[in-house]
Design a protein around this ligand. Structure first.
Ligand code: E4P
Length: 225
């Protein structure tokens, strides 16, 4: 299982990699625009913070395959190791995926709403397929079922692409996506923190400290008795 941070906020990324087992970062044009800063500087800064061992997924914006290919090659060149170019599953995007795959560029198929979009992207060379769970749920679809069916399709047809489930608004969606066969999820820091939070865990920890300190003294720990 891989957990990626779905943000371009440097502070969130720093905190995320300090505390959690983060495999990488995903951005999209909306996420980047929220930071209201120079795009290239921002993605280079993110790259510096996460290093070469974590992956960075950056979206190409072109609407024609040739433009997407040009942007992808440029981003891949300036950002270096472990870069995945996010390309939406529109026809021009699929055409671009095939060209870029031939050139050895790593691709994440994005804005995936249906299982068949995911299948076609996998057949066109995408390493990751990103179904948008919450956006699907928002139009009365079933985001988790889409994750499950993409997982089945990849297995049935022997495709090596992995699912990078995206667009989450709560911990239950993340939990269900992991059970439905997603090998990776991308989530904002607040949802990651909520995955770990439980009031019963916190009260258990508080009681451990209280019981211990009642006997061994305030501020005493196992290494300073
Ligand atoms: C990930 O890379 C996607 O672009 C992102 O998760 C979409 O999330 P949203 O539906 O919350 O905008």
């Amino acid at each position: 299982m891989l957990i990626l941070l779905d943000t371009a906020n440097i502070e969130d990324i720093k905190k995320g990699i300090e505390y959690y087992p983060i495999a990488g970062v995903t951005t999209n044009p909306t996420i980047v625009s929220k930071e209201k800063t120079d795009f290239l500087k921002l993605v280079k800064d993110i790259k510096n913070v996460i290093g070469d061992n974590r992956c960075l997924h950056v979206q190409a914006l072109g609407m024609k395959a040739e433009d997407i290919v040009e942007e992808a090659l440029y981003l891949n060149k300036i950002l270096g190791e472990n870069i995945y170019i996010k390309i939406p599953v529109i026809p021009e995007g699929i055409k671009a995926m095939k060209i870029l795959h031939e050139k050895g560029i790593k691709i994440t198929a994005t804005a995936v709403i249906t299982p068949q979009q995911g299948l076609i992207a996998a057949m066109s060379g995408a390493s990751f397929i990103a179904p948008y769970v919450n956006r699907i749920d928002n139009i009365s679809g079933n985001g988790i079922n889409v994750v499950k069916e993409i997982s089945q399709l990849l297995k049935i047809h022997g495709l090596n692409s992995k699912i990078l489930a995206a667009s989450f608004k709560n911990v239950e969606q993340v939990h269900k996506a992991s059970l439905a066969g997603a090998q990776s999820v991308t989530i904002p820091l607040n949802i990651l923190e909520n995955l770990l939070y439980h009031p019963l865990t916190d009260s258990s920890v508080d009681n451990f400290i209280k019981d211990w300190e009642n006997v061994y003294g305030e501020g005493k720990r196992t290494n300073n008795l």
